[in-house]
Design a protein around this ligand. Structure first.
Ligand code: SAH
Length: 464
């Protein structure tokens, strides 16, 4: 983190702007909106600044900048096109440990002004730490469209009822949940529609209902598919629930980038194999989910890919159902779909493959026990999950059950992540290729003529 984001209270504080052009005027406007006393030092003023000066909104000193101008100032912004003056302002201000910003020159700043979306009192600031102001502006434009214009009034509603809600719902978790419901539900919609009185009444009755102890004690489990690795592949619903959870149980397949999107305050419990939890058995995970939900928590069970595809999601909700715990299941993009897209291999194609099967290559007692005749069909794509450890055996079994040894196969390593690699070969050659490539889990095998399309569709990988 190159900069610490803070919000400054500059009401009635003296702030200096050096420069009298358009950019200076923009900075002055911002300082005035935040209630500052603004002084502008510049031999000339542009039209906007002249008007502000004539209206007595700013103080103007018609001269070149000199050190004494910094006297008594809380902060200074240099917006001149003179590199020498800009440098001088920066040096002198820093010597006084004063806040200084030089427009478009992050090296000369000890604070920078982010791009903002102003829904006062709600303020969203976007900063790239000076790396790319254009990128910050583009992001700001996207956020502008997401945040309703009357968002500030929603915050005002929060302020009006804050104390009352605190009295009625003394427990902080209950209170947070209550506000989450209000701020994303019908009450918020009433505020956006300008029906504030109605919103007040609706909020009060929701509060009465929420204070009923029976409703409050219920927890819930969200069984959420997190997709194959790229956080961009999460669903909106997954993201919303991730941001509401009190506790998250996750395993090896969930990438750190995705885990970062879980509500910051949520307790994180690793239940994968390896590391601290040393192979928490499935039964223990099931019981843990039940216990946490019964404590009234919102429990996020985050799973790689889709929870219902080789994810044991079925077993987990079975226990929840038996114990009467509320739950919801959110589908995710399964590894086969994600890896295939990002590797440029269509899973079906009218000329090459009319069906696709998903298999687990996980070996039980060291042997692969699969329905070979069903698997080895012409014009069918076979996707094998968990097939790395038994790769040699899988390939030789497929050959001995009748699949041509020249059959095209791709192994996708850490699909959809920046570390993705795709190794292509045949049933006969792939084990050798993989043996020398230092492959790391998770990996997925795609077997079928569609793999050959990859060369043609190589541009596809450009998306990463
Ligand atoms: N529920 C998951 C699968 C869990 S089984 C899903 O729907 O995707 C774990 C196996 O999934 C791994 O052994 C690997 O074969 C596959 N897998 C998951 N994520 C992957 C990724 N990013 N790249 C390649 N394979 C992946």
């Amino acid at each position: 983190m190159d900069f610490l984001p803070v919000s400054l209270d500059i009401k009635a504080q003296s702030c200096l702007v050096v420069g009298g052009g358009e950019i200076a005027a923009r900075k002055v406007g911002m300082l005035l909106r935040a209630g500052a006393q603004v002084k502008v030092v510049s031999p000339t003023l542009n039209e906007t600044l002249s008007e502000l000066n004539a209206a007595g909104k700013i103080q103007h000193q018609s001269a070149e900048f000199q050190e004494s101008d910094l006297q008594g100032m809380m902060l200074v912004i240099a917006a001149t096109d003179n590199a020498v003056i800009n440098q001088q302002v920066s040096d002198l201000a820093r010597r006084r440990t004063m806040l200084v910003n030089v427009v478009d020159q992050p090296m000369l700043c000890n604070f920078i002004l982010p791009s903002i979306i102003d829904r006062s009192p709600v303020m969203v600031a976007v900063s790239t730490g000076g790396a790319s102001p254009v990128l910050a502006r583009l992001l700001r434009a996207r956020l502008e469209t997401l945040i309703p214009a009357s968002y500030g009034r929603l915050a005002d509603l929060g302020a009006r009822f804050r104390e009352l809600v605190k009295q009625r719902l003394p427990n902080t978790t209950q209170r947070r949940r209550f506000w989450e419901q209000i701020l994303q539900g019908p009450v918020a919609e009433m505020v956006y529609a300008g029906r504030d009185d109605e919103a007040n009444t609706a909020l009060q009755s929701a509060l009465q209902e929420a204070a009923n102890p029976q409703i409050l004690s219920q927890g819930e489990v969200y069984l959420v598919g997190a997709g194959p690795g790229d956080p961009d592949l999460l669903t909106f619903r997954a993201l919303r629930l991730m941001q509401q959870a009190d506790v998250v149980l996750y395993d090896r397949l969930v990438t750190p980038e995705i885990l970062d999107l879980v509500r910051r305050e949520a307790e994180r419990i690793y239940v994968g194999k390896k590391r601290a939890f040393h192979a928490v058995r499935q039964e223990e995970i099931n019981q843990l989910l039940v216990r946490l939900a019964k404590e009234g928590k919102r429990v996020l069970r985050l799973k790689g890919g889709d929870p219902f595809i080789f994810g044991r999601g079925g077993e987990e909700i079975e226990t929840l159902a038996e114990e009467g715990v509320r739950f919801q299941v959110v589908p995710g993009i399964t590894a086969a779909a994600g890896c295939a897209s990002y590797a440029g291999i269509p899973l079906t194609h009218r000329d090459y493959s009319q069906s696709v099967v998903f298999l687990t290559g996980h070996l039980k007692d060291g042997s692969v026990n699969l329905d070979w005749t069903h698997i080895i069909q012409p014009k069918q794509t076979v996707v094998i999950y968990m097939g790395l450890a038994g790769l040699d055996q899988l390939c030789s079994e497929l050959i001995s059950h009748g699949m041509p040894s020249t059959q095209a196969v791709a192994l996708v390593e850490q699909g959809t992540t920046p570390q993705q690699r795709v190794l292509v070969g045949t049933l006969a050659s792939l084990p050798g290729i993989v043996a020398t490539a230092e492959v790391r889990a998770p990996t997925l095998l795609i077997i079928g003529d569609v793999v050959k399309l990859r060369d043609k569709l190589a541009w596809f990988e450009g998306q990463r």
